[in-house]
Ligand binder design. Sequence first.
Ligand code: SF4
Length: 456
Amino acid sequence: MANGHPEAAAKFVSDDTRTHWHDQAVWWIRQKRDTASAAVPDWEALREAAAGIKRHALSRLADYLEEFERHATALGAHVHWARDAAEHNAIVHKLLNDRGVTRLVKSKSMLTEECKLNPYLEARGIEVVDTDLGERIVQLAKEPPSHIVMPAIHRRKEEIGELFQIHLRTKPGASDPTYLTEAARHHLRDKFLAAGAGLTGVNFAVAETGAVVVCTNEGNADMGTSLPPLHIACMGIEKIIPRERDLGVFLRLLARSATGQPVTAYTTHFLGPRAGGELHIVIVDNGRAEILGRDALRGSLACIRCGACMNTCPVFRRSGGHSYGYTVPGPIGSVLAPARAPATFASLPFASTLCGSCADVCPVRIDLHHQLLALRQELARKKLVSWSKRLVLRIAALVLAWPGAYRLAGWLARQVLPLVPRRLLYARWNIWGQQRELPPMPRRGFRAEYRRQRRD
Ligand code: SF4
């Protein structure tokens, strides 16, 4: 889909109440993250360790993937390799089809969202039930998740009540979260009991042991893999960590960064299939190997999908996750999407103030704002940025490079702007001015004012 972040964001911000409320809701999670991280004295050391482990794992990714395959196979799991989304979907479909499965229960997996697995399976007669509460809400609403940790954060509880009234026959006008959650639990229990297979994502795959580790807060991954005989676990190649003892570092960082909890409610280690069952692990590339080969962007593969960069980003908070038009929104999505499809997602690296807050909170220290800057430069080189923006930036670069030109531009602005009629100053071409007022022009420039104050 062609993505224009500014247009989609304009639609979101046109509802002032929702924008404000979304901003507050997401910021509240950011504050919980701050409190939780401040309570860990060695937080910065943990971040440093996590970044180091990921850097090392990515530098020897092929070796660790093979080691993981060996150990997982020895435990009785079947490992499948998928080059892209099409191969991934075909593998999952064949596993289900060969066993006559017509209903799949699925816990949260951004990878399957990325591969568009649900519509693929549904078109082939398989019912897919998302069992994470937020995921189920957006599935019923027929829309994509807007956040990787809180998929329905853009929806008010009243809207969820209306949705549940239609699909789950809850009481009209009900919006009490406890009541609605209870209704969802009953609804999902029936789905779990009738499912022929369970699919989960993978938070970490341990090369040393062949274990896949899945973290949830609702226990839905455990229900989905305990009842049906077939468990399919889908993971991107970057989910590998070398040793079991590395897990402690990531588990301490993940939940605190994501929701401010000390640890996720359920952290399940799957070491081979359960007795009498089957475990199939699908390892997917889908463009990751190409990112691995790019020095400026390689670090983005260290992401553990905690969502903290979204919760802190002033652009995400005010424009909502759907405005990014990609499975993963926010600062990390603004790196991953254009890295894969630059022409489609050319506006995303500009959906950032480059304030660096995302990098400050990232538990694996990804230098997101530097990556966004590198992508902007690349997009400009490829002429995927509008000519008007390129022209303005070229002029700005010239003015900023020459102190004389900078002083002259400042002087001109102070003299001319107060004389320009308001009609012209706030005309359609001035996008910046459409929602803001220019501040009153100062009588003198910064340098002159500074000198005057020093003199006085
Ligand atoms: S980039 Fe960092 S902060 Fe953002 S989701 Fe990934 S790990 Fe979390």
